[in-house]
Design a protein around this ligand. Structure first.
Ligand code: GAF
Length: 390
């Protein structure tokens, strides 16, 4: 374990001891980066994520009654309830946990009450999927503690349902999949239709994944996200009247889209165009990766960003500034906004020899432009969900 992880686990154990008097099982589930393939998962396309070394940690023990007690160690906050009653909370953070409990019960898994402490070092609101990490960590801890034998893929699907049915975001499957199936020094190419996946080595001596956190999270993220999904579905619906075999944008070719462009509202056409291009772009980017052509991979990341900015319209001035700065200064191989959008991080591929200059120049420029201190994270690729201690 890294020093940061060891520190979190000790803190978790300490807080657990203060609140409850038993010895918990401790599990972790990581946040994720996504190299390319954004907003393609719910269109049944491909994604290329990886789990990172920042994770949600959960310490948990079963109780003999039906009370469940959550403690958020980082927030010094608590939340309790009694099964089978599960309510949404205005506090926000308990919903990712309660939502998982609800899904487990709905799926017929037998659980009783439990005591649980959580802590995380995945930055919240940075687009690195702190919520999926929490959901999967809690689901995994409950599975282990109550011997539920939940498979990894079931855990992923339950996590997605928490977002879709409890939290209210119609998100795809990428975040939970990356958190649970992550593999050290590998990216995962996931086919979001069949859920078949392949690991690709991503350990390069001379290239680092660097995340630049804008420090902003614009409002309406969930609403805008759900709207994008509806717009994609509207495009599919129109095309289905000509091509009944089409099930999602994954099945649409550029030629079909162009042929029916005039029948679509421009905004629907733009959304569909971005997704169709991005699915094709990811497949080419994976070939770049296999050939070790990271310059070409990086160029495709820029194209993804322009698509997200101009066609899909999920970027924001802060993200655009960071990406455009790297391009103007010609200091990275590739850069783009990452995740759902409207704030959070950019993901950058940076040559080792340029790392210091990159940190220095981009931090100063961003501060001058926005007044915000840029937070920079190392996107080190780690294993997915695991038990740390029993
Ligand atoms: C968010 C969602 F949770 C993912 O499912 C995915 O759609 C992503 O935005 C955009 O690619 O992280």
């Amino acid at each position: 374990m890294s020093t940061a992880a060891t520190d979190i686990v000790s803190h978790l154990e300490e807080v657990f001891k203060q609140h409850f008097h038993t010895k918990p099982i401790i599990v972790r589930s990581p946040g994720r980066v996504n190299l390319i393939g954004e907003h393609t998962d719910y269109n049944e396309g491909f994604v290329l994520p990886a789990a990172v070394d920042k994770a949600a940690y959960v310490a948990l023990t079963p109780r003999q009654d039906d009370y469940y007690n959550w403690v958020a160690a980082d927030l010094n906050d608590t939340y309790s309830g009694k099964l089978p009653d599960i309510q949404k909370s205005d506090k926000g953070w308990p919903n990712y946990l309660s939502g998982m409990v609800q899904q487990l019960v709905k799926a017929g898994h037998k659980i009783r009450g439990f005591d649980c402490v959580i802590s995380a070092n995945v930055p919240i609101g940075a687009g690195m999927s702190s919520s999926a990490a929490l959901e999967c960590a809690v689901g995994f801890a409950l599975s282990e503690a109550f011997n539920l034998n939940i498979s990894r893929i079931e855990l992923v699907k339950l996590g997605q349902k928490v977002e879709n049915e409890f939290v209210g975001v119609k998100s795809g499957i990428m975040d939970q999949f990356a958190s649970v199936f992550g593999k050290k020094d590998h990216v995962i190419r996931l086919d979001c239709r069949s859920l078949e996946y392949e690991y690709f080595p991503f350990k390069m001596q001379d290239i680092r994944i660097v995340l630049c956190d804008t420090g902003v999270k614009h409002s309406l993220v969930a609403t805008e996200y759900n709207t994008r999904r509806e717009q994609c579905e509207a495009g599919v619906k129109l095309l289905q009247s000509y091509y009944p075999e089409i099930k999602s944008l994954r099945d649409v070719s550029l030629e079909q889209l162009e042929l029916h462009r005039m029948e679509m509202e421009p905004v629907i056409y733009n959304r569909c165009l971005y997704v169709v291009e991005e699915i094709a772009r990811l497949l080419l980017a994976t070939e770049d990766l296999q050939r070790g052509d990271m310059a070409s991979f990086g160029n495709r990341m820029y194209l993804t960003h322009y698509g997200l900015r101009d066609l899909y319209e999920v970027s924001c001035p802060e993200l655009d500034y960071l990406v455009e700065f790297t391009e103007k200064e010609d200091i990275v191989l590739g850069s783009r906004m990452m995740g759902g959008g409207f704030g959070g991080c950019t993901i950058n591929l940076v040559k080792e020899e340029n790392i210091e200059a990159f940190f220095d120049r981009i931090s100063k420029a961003y501060k001058q432009q926005t007044g915000i201190n840029l937070k920079i994270y190392d996107g080190k690729i780690e294993d997915g969900t695991s038990v740390i201690k029993r």
